[in-house]
Structures are given as C-alpha cells and as structure tokens.
Design a protein. Sequence first.
Length: 751
Amino acid sequence: MITFDEKRNVFHLKNDRFSYCFSVERGKYLLHQYFGRPLREFRGSAERPAVDRGFSPQPGAYENERTFSLDVVPQEFATNGHGDFRIPSLDVVLENGTNVVELWYEGYEIKKGKPALEGLPALYASDDEAETLEVTLADTKGRMKAILSYTVFAGDGVLTRSVRYMNTGKETLRLENAASLCLDFPDHDFDRLSLYGGHAAERSLERIRLMRGTMVTGNTRGASSHQQSPFLALARPKTDELSGDVYGFSFIYSGSFRMATEVEQFGTTRVIVGINPDDFAWTLAPGDAFQTPEVVIAYAHDGLNGMSQAFHQAYRNHLLRGKYQHAVRPILVNNWEATYFDFDDKKLDDLAACAKDLGIELMVLDDGWFGHREDDNSSLGDWKVNREKLKGGLEGVAESAHKRGLKFGLWFEPEMISKDSDLYRAHPDWALHVPDYPSSFSRHQLVLDLSRKEVQDYVVNSVCDILKSGAIDYVKWDFNRHLTEAFSAGRTPEHQRETKHRFVLGLYSVLERITQSYPDVLFESCSGGGGRFDAAMLYYMPQTWTSDDTDAICRLSIQTGTSYVFPPITMGAHVSVTPNHQVGRVTPMQTRAFAAMMGCYGYEMDITRMSDAEKQQVKEHIALYKRLRPTIQLGTFTRLLSPFEGTKNETAWMFTSEDAKEIALFYFKTLSEPCTPIRRLRLAGLDPDAAYKIAAYYPAQSLSHDSDGSGTGTLVGRTFYGDELMQEGLNVTKINTDFAAYLWVLEKVMK
Ligand code: GLA
C-alpha cells in the first residue's frame, strides 16, 4: 500500500480507491504531487514549469535560482517565514521571539497497522488492515522535529493524517498554530461543501463555489458545535450524489477547530485543518511532544454518496468500538419531551408499562433525577438521586424497567457545574473562570475545569458510583453550553492558553476511563442535541442524539446533513408529539416514524397519553422497524434525493442490507404541489442483472384521509430488474398531501 520510489524520491500511498503521492525535493521539502484515482505508478508527467515569479522569494540557499520558491510549490507541510505566504502548518515562537524554523526532510518509516495517538481518539486498524507512513522533518538548528503520519487502509476510501511536534532542543518553544493537515491542490475548480447550523438546527449543507482568498469553517466555542461541523469537502462542480470527484475532510476532534481553504494567486488551493489557532497556544519544554488530532480524508470519484460511504465504512469499522460497534441498537423511550422535570416513580412506572406493551426495549430517564433539580437552575455536579422525587431511588426506577424486560438508561451532564450545587459550594475554583471578572453563564451553568486531574477524578467517580450498581444499561452524556473564560485555577500563566485543548484531552481521558470500565453500557453522547456530533465523541460513545429538534420535517434536513459524514447507526432519532415542541408543526404519525427510522429509533413523547388507535399504529411501526433494523443500521446508506438540492421539497433515503438482498426505500415530499410535476424516484447501487421484488409498500398517511392513493401500491408482489429500477425508477407523482412519507421494501430475488 505504501512505497517509496528511491529513483524519483516519491512516496506513493495507494489502495484500490485512490493514489496519494508526494516527493522529497532537493532532499529537504515535501511536495505534494497527486491525489485521485489509483495510478499504476507516479512518474511526474505533469511536471511543473520552472518560472521566475515576481514577489515569490527564494530560500537563502537558492538565492540565484529565481525559479524556485516555496510560494509556488504544493507542500505537504508549510512553515512560516521562508517565502510561502499561504496559511502555514506551524507557527512556533522561539525564545528569541522569532517564529521561523527550518523543518527539512530527515527520513521515513513504514509500519504495519496504525499506531495509536497518545491521549487522542483516532481510527484504529490491525496490521493487515492498514499501513502507516511516518515522515520525519527536522529543524536544521536541532530545535524541533515534526513527524507526519499517513495511514492508508486496505479497501477503504480514506486516508488519515496527523502530526507529532517534538521539542528536540534546549529552549522552550511556544506553539501558536500546530495544524494536523496541509494539502495543496493544483487548481481551484471546486465547490466547497460545509455543514452549518445552530441549536436545534444542526448540519445544513452549504455548497458554494470555492472562492479566491481564505475561507474558514470553524469556531472558538470549545466544542465541535452546532454552528459549524468539523467537516469540509471539495467537489468538482458537476459532482452530484452519484457521480463526480470529491475530497472530504473530517476532523476527529471535539474542541475549537479550523478548516481553512486558501485559493492563491496562481489558482491553486491549500487546505489546512487543525485546532483553531485563535483559541490555542502550547508551551513545549525541551524533550516534550505535542500530538495533533487526526484528520480523515475521503476521496471518491462516484459523487457525494461515494464520499459518505467511505466515511461511513471507515467509521463503522475503524472508529466505533465495543459491544455495540456492530450490534443493532435498542428502541428507546426517553421521558424528556414527555415530562420534562415533572415526573415521579409512578409516572415513570406507567411509561415503562406502556413502553413494554408497545414493543420498546429501553427506557431512559432524562434530566431532573438528582440533587434538587426541579428546573435547569441547579444541581449539576451533585450526582445523587433526589429521593423526594423518586422515593424508590434509581434502583426503583431501574427495577420497574427491568422487571418488564426493558433496559434502563440514565441522563448525565458530567462536565458541568451549577452555581447552586454542593459541588460549587465546596469547590468554586473547579469551574473554568478568570479571577478578575465575573463568569459568563449559559443555561445558568458553568463548565468544570476538566483540564485538572482532581476534577477528572471527581467526574469519573461520581458517574461510576451510579453505574457500579449494575442497574444502568445506557447513559446519555450531555453537554449543554460552550466554554467562556476558559482559564484554569491550577495552571501557570504561560500554560493558560492551553486550557481549552487540555479540557478536551481531560474529557477524552474521563470518557476512556468510564467507557472502558463499563463495556456493557451503551453510551449516547449529546450536546443540546447534536452540538458535539463529531468523530471523536463517537470513538467513545457509538451514537449521538442528533438534534433537540424532533420535528420530522426539520429532521429530514438535519439527518441528511449528518449523513454526509456519519452513518445512520450513529444517529439517535425519535418520534415526538404534534404539534411539535420546537416548531409547532403537525405531521402524520407515519411521517414522524419514517423520518425517525433513519437512525437509532425511539420515542420522545408521553406514550401513555396516546389513543388506542395511535398505540396500535406505534406497535406496527415498532414491529416494522425491528424487521428493517439490521438493514438500516448495519447496511449501506444512499441519499437518492437531498433536501438541500434540486426542488428541496423531496428527500429519499435508501438502505441496502449487508448481503444486498433487502432494500428499504424511504421517500418524503414536504409540501404538496398543484399540477404535480411527473416525478421519478431512481434507485442506485443495485445489481442491474438481478430481479427485485417489491415486497411491501406503505403509502403516505395524510392528516385528513387515510392515504393519498398513490398508484404504486399496485406494484406490490411484482419484480423488476435492477437496471430498470435504476434507469426508470418508481413513479412518485400522485401525492396530494403535505408532509408525505412513503416506504417500499424490496427483496432481491435470484438472477
Ligand atoms: C439537552 C438535551 C435534551 C435533554 C435536555 C435536558 O437539551 O439535548 O435531549 O436531555 O438537555 O436538560
């Protein structure tokens, strides 16, 4: 998979999806050469012309060679101050106040498998699944080294990159920018895709023409955030869901990040990914090393689905861990939207009884069970059950679920501290703060200083004290504000700017300790919904609550947006009441159910208050989901119609089982149209020569009548060849209701 051509000094990283090539130029510089479809061999047919470019300086040793400048070459790693004026990989301040080092090629090593990154989540692989190239760059004055790591996976369309910075000299260094990735493309003929949003409105797709100058996706919130996701893609302009070249970047990090593109004067494009330097500095003493988080790069020539499937496959096989990695996830009911803070033992017992009757498998007790938390003003940090509210304690609620054969789950928000808490009264300095100014509040709470070991221990112990009873099968781990005044009472001034990154490292350490101690517990991460839906959190917790917005129509966009990077098995998706609590919309039950079936399914409503007819319908939906669950959660996901493109009025998702024998095809039409245009839904990825039987069809449910009477129902029981289903598709024209949701189940019959 990884070779070094000694004659041409070219590293060639290759599998059956792509080739990635770079060379060692003049024995010093790493120049990027090629990234795209696999090449037999890289020989440099598109050799760059040697041109004397005005205002592009020569490094000192090449004063008389006016055609050589670091400003005009594609680099794998860019340092400051030697004439490359684009965004650098590194900004390091020396004791003499300068920020210029000369990091030149020193050597390389190719390793089987993939070494772990110290203290950080990353993709993992066995020795026969991957190969890793480590290239060492060393400063000519011996001050520091940078080790660039590249891993190629056999059969996966992804490559990972990260950097380890080492202080090898005698002076203290201060890193003010330590990027994980620098990658230069020879042109800028790209659309730039990113995912933006807000609380309860996560991950809308933004697709714009890549512009000259610098464009940044990122934040300084101390979290991967609802606002901008740590994802970026560059796609050739005609790229659509099923065709075209696309390069996707996903950052395995949960803190402030920066993903920048820079199109420079000659039209080339640089991509820089790393911890956000606006929010970071790190003091590196002699002998110390700094490991950056990892970037996953997906390349596909078969469109946005190709990119997404490369991410999905890599994350399912090389990121998720533990018992639930490849296991279907339980259907849950969560009491948050059912009761908010207003519950007691009796109410929860009623919920459990009803859940059992409907076929639900896990009952989750959300916020409000601890301290004296009757609203969101108090008690975060005091992880002791409120016995006034729950007379039988947590054991009682767990028992009520367990005796009915349900699993039991519990909500925590362990990184936080309420001002009104015993914990704050005992340890006010455990909250992140600056001594001279009042702290900023968000949801009446402060953030614990997880950069400190004693605070990490407190969090681990208080969560484990509850888990050790063995009564908890599932944990929802929440994080409901971002970081302000991010300074630590335990740290000397020169290390204070490290606090936000140290907070993230502290969190990872806490999560590793807790999740490894309780391997049978299913963990779901949450941050006011999907405010920390990132690959790093998925390394510890294999699913994430996708959004606090549970409206089915909003969820079509939120979940489709999330699917550009993350597979359905990682997305919590629940049915809630109408009118919906976030947007007030009224949608049919079937539409809510079908939208939620895309992910780890559940209910987030007072199921005890449903009519008998509704309960019957819910039972049918749960039975249907159980039947389709392996296909949805363990199969391949394809977007056929995206709510961000085309009419923006239609969404279609296709799930193909692992053995390719079953297909679940969901089609949603948001608003009904007069004079309905003829519409076809074309399937993708089928075997053109195989016949597929339409095994079941669920027409849309309408709020005013039972079904819209779409004619495709007559196809049930008939078989069609894959080529016709892909070229002609199914007719989805006859729809006369808003918020319509359809499902077809297809079965592959032998050729
Ligand atoms: C966050 C979560 C919700 C719920 C509340 C409880 O907003 O996203 O699902 O758990 O906190 O306070």
